[in-house]
Design a protein around this ligand. Structure first.
Ligand code: PEP
Ligand code: MN
Length: 338
């Protein structure tokens, strides 16, 4: 249910409405738009329908949200969400935000050299995995806390905000101490305990689409985080499983315009895990930008053939510079800056 307030509603009236809603056991979420303030109400629909909400001063109308995702929907929030990262860059605005870095953090030297290279090339955020979700238990699982320390050092040296993945609800507090953005990987998109845990955390969340998840599944997963109190959610299309074997996954370009219509949340694209080979990264990035994505997440490694994970799809720093040079004019053409 959404409560649309009259244009000149006072803060006192808003507080009064919120207080009443909480009193009857409902959970209000305020969304202040440029012209209107909307209160999204989550809770037992029966209480809502028996309560004369339209009688409260300041309330203009009460409407049902018909979609199964409520807080993620455009009904709840017509304007696009913008998310500020460490007061350095905004995701969801006019900047096409480029996140770059290795799949895994391997050593202090490795992450520092990539961080410097991508910063030099104009990237906005540094990525690197310390806890890695690997298909095989025998593969490199990540450096854990030690990796987070190296990532923090690279951030300090370059000034770049950092994004890193958390897989275990028990590690959320630890990862949140280091990360500017916390990543939930494709394999954990529907790990509801983890989603609820990070919903209580104050850091922005990057939620990657599960490899077999529909867009509705993705938005329902985002709803878990939003309804737990964290409204800073960035969605990420990273390719889905199809019958095609030429690429690692099939990049679902349609996800971008469809998500933009259904939701106010920003959506970025990861062409590295979609294509699975470095040479597909630039064309897929261009397609994603043309379709209107808010940013890109690109794997970069100084020596891909020695990488502990995902070397095949990693760009060298030189190839990353080439990518940046190719996408800048395209972004500009579409009214975005990098
Ligand atoms: C990653 O970003 O390194 C990763 C493991 O991605 P995904 O969860 O999309 O497979
Ligand atoms: Mn990877």
């Amino acid at each position: 249910m959404i409560i649309v307030l009259r244009p000149n509603t006072t803060q006192e009236q808003i507080d009064h409405i919120v207080e009443k809603l909480i009193k009857v056991g409902l959970k209000p979420h305020i969304s202040k738009g440029l012209e209107r303030t909307i209160i999204g109400v989550i809770g037992d629909e029966r209480i809502i329908s028996t309560y004369p909400l339209e009688a409260i001063p300041g309330v203009e109308k009460v409407l049902p949200i018909l979609k199964p995702y409520k807080l993620a929907s455009r009904d709840f929030k017509p304007e696009k969400t913008t998310i500020n990262i460490d007061s350095k860059v905004t995701i969801g605005g006019n900047t096409l935000v480029v996140i770059g870095g290795p799949c895994s953090i391997e050593s202090e030297e490795q992450i520092l050299s990539v961080a410097k290279a991508i910063k030099e090339a104009g990237a906005h955020i540094l990525r690197g995995g310390a806890f890695k979700p690997r298909t095989s238990p025998y593969d490199f699982q990540g450096l854990g806390k030690e990796g987070l320390e190296y990532l923090a050092l690279a951030s300090k040296e370059t000034g770049l905000p950092i994004i890193t993945e958390v897989m275990d609800p028990r590690k959320v507090d630890l990862v949140a101490q280091y990360a500017s953005i916390i990543q939930i990987g494709a394999r954990n998109m529907q790990n509801y305990s983890l989603l609820k845990e990070i919903g209580n955390c104050k850091k922005p969340i990057l939620l990657k689409r599960g490899m077999s998840a529909t867009l509705k599944d993705l938005l329902m997963a985002a709803e878990y985080i939003l309804s737990s109190g964290n409204l800073d959610v960035i969605l990420c299309e990273r390719g889905i499983r199809t019958f095609e074997e030429a690429t690692r996954n099939t990049l679902d370009i349609s996800a971008i315009p469809v998500i933009k219509e259904l939701s106010h949340l920003p959506i970025i694209v990861d062409p590295s895990h979609a294509g699975g080979k470095w040479k597909w990264v630039t064309p897929l990035s261009k397609a994603a930008i043309a379709a209107g994505c808010d940013g890109l997440l690109i794997e970069v490694h100084s020596n891909p053939e020695e990488a502990y994970s995902d070397g095949e799809q990693s760009l060298t720093p030189k190839n990353f510079i080439n990518l940046m040079n190719e996408i800048k004019p395209l972004a500009k053409l579409l009214g975005k800056t990098i």
